[in-house]
Write a protein that binds this ligand. Structure first.
Ligand code: NAD
Length: 723
């Protein structure tokens, strides 16, 4: 009675229930590839042929996860010339799910693990979804975060299950990955069981109790909960939703959320099968475009490479930190202590005084109390987490510690001093990490007895929200220590990139180029509001001038002076950038140092809220006296960062394209639609050659720093791309 097909196993019980177990023989997870498509078609045909003797169908999987989703490798290969072919393929996959839904027998999805994207869509075609509450199980439609939309029936079914508003705002547009309990609360699954072995019995019981299961939308008189887009209640809400979306996207070229909204709204006005076709068409409009390819490349393939350890030295045992020592309980140290304690690591948090250290621990208390209020944690978990953070002023408390992260003020002497204080107490092989954002690792390592164990562990603020950690390898740092730090970053559930020691590392150095372009433009007489709008419409999360005000204008001046001194000491000639005179004038002449000291390019009200561009800036720099094409302003920022990233590759600061792409998006706000800073070059119109030609145009108009580096020109001539 057991029939073997490529990706779906058929078993049939004496009670007439067919269990279809999805188990791709060629991969560790199930995806909507050809093996699945063919097996599904064969299974559905067999079900139809044997309908009379079948009482119900259960879908489950033999993998750890239920179903991983669409075949992203396939999806990112589509182009406009193959739109018809892709439409036909998607419709074929969907038609089998639709047949199952209308099969006339109850169909249950027994979800044994993660069901994301196309994986959840397979389950949504069933009449009932039971999920096992297993750790790490994720359920949701994250397509929009990959530049796609749930076009495998997800939009059409979710709108009919949850109503337009809920489906869009809680599931489809945010792309949230829910845990089993959250998924139940939102309504994307129907039932929860404690363990995987309870799934099939529960599914069978449901089949027995619901022999005539059918979807509500296949019954007469069905109406979408809350009404279609044409209903009076919704027709007043939907325009506001569209406006809101526009506001959130700030004009960035991200087509997926808009397409998802349109597919849901238009689909709500027609019957199920027409809606499903509309959804397919919108999906194909996205997959054949460039943005989805960029985003799939970054948020799926690059992240996968990074997490699999492409930049981690091989051959070292997996490391798990147990007890971490954090020196400096200020803004960064306090937050680092919190994220470590959160994953179960014991933390000793040291500051100059015990009161200072306790104040740092207060940060964890504050965040945990908020989490408790929101139901995101329990009193018990919160107490345990807080008990793991031990505030101290005594270096002796570093006894037994094998992982140190220093986050005191940015001073070489001070950093040398605090490492001396603790070196005698920590384990003899302890990692000696510094969270410095600008100081050379080699210089800091001179202050410790074991320079091979010294390394940069560069966090971003706010630490609990920012996903990236830039690991900076000094010239003496050992592979063993690098591997440990890499594992630690994964342990605290963040994303590690690995770079080599050089001034500004990768992130601080490259973000400076973005800011410089905006500041230089102010000096040229371009309207500051236009410059900010150009940043936002290019897809940056904030305007460059706003960002600089927050970082403080004096910081860039100080970094530039130090960089210049160091480069001149090496015999290099310094080529001034147009931004420098503007920064100097802002500080020295106009007394505008940034937000924390009363204002910079912007003025702020008493509560620190941005009011608008400070009129003095417009006056001093004759804003509006010069105009350049809007696209030039945008591309100056994007190109300046991309070109400097190429120089980082040339200098050996960066050794991985995936690290560059993800580091730029997660660390310094490079626009997500590009797929990251090197992918931006790959995907530029005309590819690398097109990029080189445009860079030369920008160089002629805006300065020699846009001149494409020789390595890039050579790569373009060879017809290669950044892989
Ligand atoms: P901060 O001023 O908020 O905190 C520094 C803390 O170090 C203070 O609490 C101070 O009391 C403590 N300290 C000073 N001397 C000490 C000693 N001898 N022993 C123990 N503690 C001592 O500064 P921050 O913003 O948290 O920055 C700390 C480090 O992190 C710096 O190197 C900075 O460059 C780096 N960093 C900062 C950011 C950011 O956005 N603020 C981002 C990345 C990296």
């Amino acid at each position: 009675n057991t029939h073997k097909s490529p990706a779906i196993r058929w078993t049939r019980d004496d009670d007439g229930i067919v269990i279809l177990t999805i188990d791709d023989p060629a991969a560790s997870v199930n995806t909507m590839n050809d093996a699945y498509t063919e097996s599904m078609a064969a299974s559905v045909a067999r079900l139809e042929a044997e309908r009379e003797s079948i009482k119900g169908v259960i879908f489950t999987s033999a993998k750890k996860s239920f179903f991983a989703g669409g075949d992203l490798n396939r999806l990112r290969q589509y182009d406009t010339g193959r739109a018809a072919e892709q439409t036909a393929h998607i419709e074929r996959v969907k038609s089998d799910l639709r047949k199952l839904e209308k099969f006339g027998r109850p169909v249950v999805a027994a979800i044994n693990g993660t069901a994301l994207g196309g994986g959840l869509e397979v389950a949504l075609a069933a009449h009932h979804r039971v999920v096992a509450d297993v750790p790490g199980c994720q359920i949701g439609q994250p397509e929009v975060t990959l530049g796609l939309l749930p076009g495998g029936g997800g939009i059409t079914r979710l709108v009919r299950m949850l109503g337009l508003q809920k489906a869009l705002t809680q599931v489809i547009l945010p792309g949230t990955k829910f845990g089993p309990r959250e998924a139940l609360a939102v309504g994307v699954v129907d039932e929860i069981v404690e363990s995987v072995d309870q799934l099939i019995p529960r599914a069978k019981a449901w089949i027995a109790a619901n022999p005539n299961a059918a979807k509500p939308w296949d019954k007469k008189g069905f109406e979408i909960p809350g009404g279609s887009a044409a209903s009076p209640a919704l027709s007043s809400v939907l325009p506001a939703m569209a406006a809101n979306l526009r506001k959130q996207l700030k004009g960035a070229p991200m087509p997926a959320p808009r397409a998802a909204l349109a597919a849901a709204v238009e689909g709500s006005l027609v019957d199920f099968d027409t809606a499903s076709l509309i959804e397919t068409r919108y999906l194909v409009s996205l997959t054949t475009g460039q943005v989805a390819k960029n985003m799939i490349g970054a948020f799926f393939f690059d992240l996968q490479k990074i997490n699999a350890g492409a930049s981690r030295p091989a051959g070292y045992p997996k490391y798990q930190a147990k007890k971490v020592g954090v020196i400096g309980a200020g803004m960064m140290g306090a937050a680092i202590a919190y994220v470590a304690a959160k994953v179960g690591i014991e933390v000793v948090l040291k500051d100059v005084t015990l009161a200072g250290a306790q104040k740092g621990k207060g940060y964890a208390v504050k965040l945990e109390q908020k989490a408790l209020e929101r139901g995101k944690t329990t009193q018990e978990k919160m107490d345990a987490l807080l008990a793991r953070i031990k505030p101290t002023d005594d270096p002796k408390d570093f006894a037994g510690i094998d992982f140190v992260i220093e986050a005191v003020f940015e001073s070489v002497e001070l950093k040398h001093k605090v490492f001396k204080e603790i070196e005698g107490f920590v384990e003899p092989t302890a990692v000696l990490g510094s969270n410095t954002s600008t100081l050379p690792i080699a210089l800091l390592a001179e202050g410790v007895q074991r320079p091979a164990d010294f390394i940069g562990i560069h966090f971003f603020s706010p630490v609990d929200k920012m996903q990236l950690v830039e690991i900076v390898r000094g010239k003496n740092t050992s592979d063993a220590v690098l591997a440990k730090v890499f594992d630690f970053v994964l342990q605290i559930r963040k994303t590690p990139i690995v770079v080599n020691d050089a001034r500004g590392f990768f992130t601080s150095r490259v973000i400076g180029k973005f800011i410089n372009e905006a500041v230089a433009a102010v000096g040229e007489g371009i309207e500051p509001a236009t410059i900010e709008q150009a940043s936002l419409q290019a897809g940056y999360p904030a305007g460059a001038l706003q960002l600089l005000d927050e970082l403080t204008i004096t910081l860039t001046q100080k970094i530039r002076q130090e960089t210049r001194k160091a480069e001149e000491a090496q015999g290099k000639t310094w080529v001034p950038h147009g931004a420098e005179a503007v920064v100097d004038r802002m500080i020295d002449e106009l007394g505008r140092k940034g937000r924390s000291t009363g204002g910079g390019f912007y003025e702020y009200d008493a509560a620190g809220k941005r009011i608008g561009i400070w009129p003095g800036v417009r006056e001093a720099f004759r804003s509006g006296s010069k105009q350049i094409p809007f696209i030039d302003m945008q591309e100056r920022m994007l190109f300046a960062e991309a070109i400097d990233t190429v120089r980082c590759v040339d200098d050996g600061v960066l050794t991985s394209t995936a690290d560059a792409n993800i580091g730029s998006i997660y660390g310094i706000g490079f626009p997500a639609w590009t797929g990251g800073v090197l992918q931006y070059i790959n995907q530029y119109k005309g590819g690398l050659r097109g990029f080189v030609a445009r860079a030369r145009e920008l160089a002629a108009a805006y300065g020699p720093h846009f001149e494409p580096p020789a390595s890039l020109v050579a790569k373009a001539e060879r017809g290669e791309r950044y892989e």
